[in-house]
Design a protein around this ligand. Structure first.
Ligand SMILES: [Zn+2]
Ligand SMILES: [Zn+2]
Length: 304
């Protein structure tokens, strides 16, 4: 059966001379096609993920594929049964993936790591003298990652620059491999690694989501699932019998990849929580959040 909606994931590094004007135009386009999702536009290009009906997604792709600024862009397309975003948000940003390089910023079109397709990537994973770096945030790799990858304990992409500078000496002379969800962060991150003096730098072309669909690579050596930035939250990658869940409940440590946001709204932190613990904790990430909730209730009752 044909599905009623699709999710598109895409990016393109290219010089956008007037991001503001392009943004205005783009809002009109996406609204007319009833697309929902998040799009960032900057001088360095465009980065987006949207959902819509297959007809409207086709029309959108046709428009982008014929536009001088985005011609040649690659699309990741998933079938889904409904919109995967609550609204449409299109914004102009200095960096479409924030590595925070400011005056040292550069275009991946000038400097980036060597691209590996899924099969090449899988084969190199087993090689000697390799370092594999997960270029994503902790809340993403906790859900799934490549076997043997270095997993930076960072909350955002910007923190990766310091993380690299503290360790890069250990990687000299090795093959440095890096990957992210759809490939956009690695285009820049692998370029950054080269600018930091590392010579042998490789990136997974099309990212984890492409790897998970490849018929040859079959998602091999991937543990867990892959965090995605829409309402699905996670998608499967490993198509082999070795596929497993690796995330653990934050309360009791049993294997569970159920994401919950803390019930205490000022906290709202995202954590894994198994069903049994959700009943026990009533959805609070820890005792402090539960007490804070009870405390707020008590003080409002005093009518101060
Ligand atoms: Zn639990
Ligand atoms: Zn909390």
């Amino acid at each position: 059966m044909a599905s009623s909606h699709q999710v598109l994931l895409y990016y393109y590094y290219n010089k956008f001379p007037d991001p503001e004007a392009y943004c205005k135009e783009h809002v009109e386009l996406c609204e007319s096609l009833d697309l929902l999702g998040r799009i960032l536009i900057g001088n360095e290009g465009i980065n987006g993920t949207v959902s819509g009906t297959p007809e409207n997604c086709d029309a959108y792709r046709e428009y982008m594929d014929n536009h001088a600024l985005t011609k040649g862009m690659e699309w990741k397309i998933d079938d889904v049964d409904k919109h995967q975003f609550p609204r449409l948000s299109i914004k102009v940003r200095e960096e479409i993936v924030p590595l925070g390089l400011k005056e040292n910023d550069f275009s991946p079109n000038e400097c980036t790591g060597e691209y590996l397709n899924p099969e090449q990537w899988r084969d190199m994973l087993d090689g000697e003298d390799t370092v594999i770096i997960d270029a994503r945030n902790q809340y993403e790799w906790e859900l799934g990652h490549f076997e043997g990858a270095l997993l930076p304990e960072v909350d955002n992409f910007r923190e990766l620059t310091d993380w690299v500078r503290e360790r890069k000496d250990q990687w000299e002379g090795k093959k440095v491999m890096t990957y992210c969800t759809g490939g956009i962060r690695c285009e820049k991150f692998s370029g950054f690694l080269k600018k930091e003096g590392l010579e042998d730098v490789y990136q997974l072309h099309g990212g984890i989501v492409t790897y998970g669909k490849d018929k040859e690579a079959k998602g091999e050596k991937w543990k867990g699932s892959c965090y995605v930035f829409d309402e699905r939250i996670q998608v499967p990658i490993n198509q082999t019998p070795d596929a497993e869940t690796i995330a653990k409940c934050a309360h009791c440590g049993t294997v569970s990849d159920r994401y919950r946001n803390c019930e205490w709204s000022p906290c709202n932190c995202r954590h894994f929580c198994c069903e049994a613990c959700e009943t026990k904790t009533r959805g609070y990430c820890d005792d402090a959040c539960h007490e804070a909730f009870l405390g707020s209730f008590a003080s409002s009752a005093l009518c101060e």
